[in-house]
Design a protein around this ligand. Structure first.
Ligand code: HEM
Ligand code: HEM
Length: 213
């Protein structure tokens, strides 16, 4: 039986182990980030009445901010890796609009993976250190707080907390729709079109397991 050695680099027809690892690691981190974000948002009101809720809210904020920041770092690294490597070609038999749709979906996902952490970071920065919540800790190497990227602004300011929180929320809704399309497309390739698109991104998938159609 031929020995399968995963390659770190991408080739013209398949994803290398590093691109696969980054894809699935970031996907898992988002699986954590979204529910933690919702718990953080929904414990905000209750945190005024109950100290346990305040502790839970602060813990969720720490996880959300640290994990979200790591997502940003990994996405930037993933993009830099992508530009230094060949991008596997889509099956030649796909219609032009299908290829275009795939590229648009991927570009939107990358854009949102940068916009989401940046808008969240900006929201936290303009909010600054509040009497009640203080600056949220960051568990990232030697940093113990999230350094602000914008100066603190009053809540009612046009570009205050609400502005960036709204961008964060709309980016989330857009991301939900685009991600659903992305997953449906991956399953369509695998189950209906029966090509190698899902297998070539699958952690243990081999190119030769799928058919290039
Ligand atoms: C890809 C990364 C991220 C995802 C998927 C994400 C997702 C979410 C979700 C699901 C919520 C709750 C929904 C809501 O309140 O409307 C939320 C809220 C929030 N996130 Fe993130 N987040 C990300 C990164 C970050 C980062 C890095 C920060 C800060 C440094 C941050 C700061 C916030 C803040 C301040 C809120 C509350 C917004 C509000 O008041 O509505 N997020 N996020
Ligand atoms: C939060 C979760 C996810 C995010 C953010 C995400 C993002 C992306 C991005 C940006 C690409 C483009 C790679 C590039 O061209 O550099 C990609 C490729 C891919 N994704 Fe996802 N993905 C996620 C989850 C999933 C899931 C759950 C599946 C499977 C059901 C999946 C299947 C694929 C496949 C098969 C490709 C390769 C497409 C090709 O070979 O042209 N992804 N993903």
């Amino acid at each position: 039986m031929p020995q399968y050695t995963p390659m770190r680099e991408n080739t013209a027809s398949g994803w290398g182990s590093r691109a696969k690892a980054l894809h699935w690691l970031i996907a898992m981190m988002i699986l954590v980030e979204v529910p933690v974000g919702f718990i953080m948002a929904y414990t905000y009101g209750a945190s005024f009445e109950d100290d346990n809720m305040l502790a839970l809210h602060n813990l969720m904020a720490q996880i959300h901010i640290t994990n979200g920041f790591c997502i940003l770092v990994l996405v930037l690294y993933r993009l830099s890796w992508r530009f230094r490597n060949p991008t596997p070609a889509l099956p030649a038999a796909l219609q032009a609009y299908q290829k275009w749709l795939a590229r648009l979906t991927h570009a939107t996902l990358y854009g949102l993976l940068i916009l989401m952490p940046l808008s969240g970071w900006a929201a936290n920065s303009v909010l600054g250190d509040t009497e009640r919540f203080g600056v949220t800790e960051l568990w990232f190497f030697a940093w113990d707080i999230l350094p602000p990227i914008l100066p603190q602004l009053p809540l009612e300011h046009r570009f205050g907390y609400g502005f960036f929180a709204t961008i964060h929320r709309y980016a989330l809704y857009t991301g939900g729709v685009v991600l659903a399309l992305h997953v449906i497309a991956a399953l369509w390739h695998h189950s209906l079109r029966r090509d190698n698109i899902l297998l070539r991104m699958w952690p243990a998938g081999r190119l030769e397991q799928g058919r290039e159609r």
